[in-house]
Ligand binder design. Structure first.
Ligand code: ADP
Ligand code: MG
Length: 410
């Protein structure tokens, strides 16, 4: 079942009908995500531990017999009217949907057109991956409408390709995979080399715990350039480490002990690559430590891994900013907070905080009281719930019924 609130469905169906003059037949829903731990490890072929959250993109659609894609969003301006045979990037929000159609077509799937209406609750550009949610919802809708025999794994990969090649954003595969494969009350351990996924129980509610995202309101334009530079610095570290370990392909293949044993290879001019490597190698180890701690229900150890991840991102990887550090320090000052760290690429963005549910109010109050004086702006605090992955189904709009969604996929 695609389960969404009636009021939200009514709003979507109403807008769809108004624009396209028809009721939608298909409904697809895809979640955004948090990443518990494993930051800047994905492009080093390492490990990440994301989870799908209760903020999503819902797309309703009416299949068309021709090859047109018309799409509107309740969260963005502009009705796109596109020919599936002549797709080209426009720089607009609908590139994420058009890119998915393009990637499916290039992979050999024959699509019917769609009229589609989108509404999301993932904040746009807030680091909770609204882009992947939009892509995955679009992919699932096309898959059902055109009766494609395509696996969910391939859909996730094609969504990543859409964002890399059509939109032009060099993202890893984490966001799309967790939007597809998320599970309620589980994090998803993703090996970014083999693309194997393993659900890891994350029973927060059972233990009276919660995860909270704080958006710092800061976004630095240097983030993209610095991201590329970090990738180069990691490649530089690998080149040096190959002097002792010729078999390694990238930092994923290096353990903390191997790095310590090879630290003499890094000369005075190589201290930056060494620090970048130390972050990536220790962060991969922290993903494993976090999984072990979760198995033992040792939440204090999970929290310690989050603090350590933050320190490593700040000191060795140099991707934090004072506002993000302030949010982490404010969290540290609240009793009942177990851990907090920078989440996402850095240079602004959000933090993730693990805390006892009953200190959510004091924590929110501390952020509201202290952050503006420290950062000169306000932060937005979002508690999140861990939910399942994307779904798609037929909309059933009976004469005497309220509209509701029925499952066909997933
Ligand atoms: P994030 O994925 O962290 O939210 P991105 O910059 O990767 O940030 O993607 C955000 C972009 O995705 C938005 O600027 C917009 O173009 C597109 N997008 C996501 N959700 C929607 C939506 N509901 N309606 C329209 N566009 C959306
Ligand atoms: Mg994104």
């Amino acid at each position: 079942m695609v389960e969404i609130a009636q009021a939200r469905l009514q709003l979507l169906v109403g807008a769809h009908r108004q624009t396209f003059g028809q009721l939608p037949a298909i409904i697809a829903q895809a979640p955004g995500r948090i990443n518990l731990i494993g930051e800047h490890t994905d492009y080093n072929d390492g490990f990440v531990l994301p989870a799908a959250i209760d903020r999503d993109v819902v797309l309703v659609a009416t299949p068309r017999p021709d090859r047109r894609l018309r799409i509107q969003s309740l969260n963005a301006e502009g009705l796109a009217d596109l020919d599936l045979d002549e797709l080209a990037a426009s720089g607009e929000w609908h590139d994420y949907a058009a890119g998915v159609a393009d990637a499916l077509g290039r992979a050999g799937y024959r699509l019917f057109g769609l009229d589609a209406t989108v509404a999301g609750t993932v904040p746009l550009g807030g680091g909770l991956s609204s882009s992947a949610a939009l892509e995955v919802a679009t992919a699932f809708a096309f898959s059902l409408a055109s009766d494609l025999s395509v696996t969910e794994r391939e859909l996730a990969l094609l969504c990543q390709r859409a964002e890399n090649d059509f939109v032009g954003a060099k993202v890893g595969v984490m966001d799309q995979f967790v939007s597809v494969f998320g599970r309620p009350d589980h994090a998803i351990h993703l090996d970014c080399r083999s693309l194997e996924t393993r659900p890891i129980p994350l029973p927060l509610g059972e233990h009276g715990l919660a995860l909270v995202v704080c958006d710092s309101g800061v976004k630095h334009a240097i983030a993209g350039g610095e991201y590329n530079r970090r990738r180069q610095e990691c490649a530089g570290a690998v080149a040096i480490l190959k002097g002792k370990y010729p078999e390694i392909l990238n930092l994923r293949d290096v353990t903390p002990a191997m790095l310590r044993a090879a630290s003499g290879l890094f000369g005075p001019d190589d201290q930056i690559p060494l620090r970048r490597a130390r972050h990536v190698v220790s962060e991969n180890a922290r993903v494993e430590q976090t999984i072990d701690a979760l198995k033992r229900a040792d939440w204090a150890a999970v929290g310690s891994a989050l603090w350590a991840s933050h320190a490593s991102l700040r000191d060795d990887y140099a991707v934090s900013v004072p506002e993000i550090d302030a949010l982490v320090e404010i969290a540290r000052g609240v009793r009942g907070v177990l851990g907090a760290r920078l989440m996402g690429g850095g240079f602004g963005g959000s933090t993730l905080t693990l805390l006892h549910r009953d200190v959510l109010d004091p924590f929110t109050a501390a952020v509201a009281a202290e952050y503006p004086t420290r950062a000169g702006r306000e932060a937005t605090v979002y508690p999140v719930t861990i939910v399942g992955g994307a779904r798609v189904g037929w909309v059933e709009l009976g004469e005497n019924e309220q509209p509701g969604g029925e499952t066909a996929g997933n």
